[in-house]
Design a protein around this ligand. Structure first.
Ligand code: FES
Length: 113
């Protein structure tokens, strides 16, 4: 029997596990409530909200939500070296011009104060 190591017979495949039962009504209701909460959050925010960020003595008025996919920049961003970095997908925007510096995205509507 001593053939090459790469010709060792494969182990038998494990038996497939049983499919899980579909969720019961209580679980479906919880899932529906969670999905409704997410939808309410995503559609209920005021896209015109603006925030003020400061960097190196300058202050900028910018939209609260990232123009890429809506991350809340008031909590999900880092301001450094004249740029704001959205932590959702790491897009960087120039605070002075609003230009997206590392991806194709709409610009921030930034305004120096
Ligand atoms: S949501 Fe800001 S980079 Fe994607």
């Amino acid at each position: 029997m001593g053939g090459p190591a790469h010709l060792v017979p494969a182990q038998p495949l494990p038996r497939p596990r049983r499919l899980q039962r579909p969720p019961g009504r209580a679980a479906q209701a919880r899932e529906r409530a969670a999905l409704n909460a997410v939808e309410a959050y995503e559609t209920g925010r005021d896209e015109s909200e603006r925030i003020v960020v400061a960097d190196a003595g300058a202050r900028y008025d910018i939209p609260r939500y990232c123009p890429h996919a809506g991350e809340d920049l008031s909590v999900g961003a880092v301001v450094r070296d004249g740029q704001i970095h959205c932590l959702a997908h790491n897009f960087a925007f120039d605070l002075a011009t609003g230009e997206c510096l590392n991806a194709r995205a709409a610009n921030l509507t930034s305004r120096a104060l």
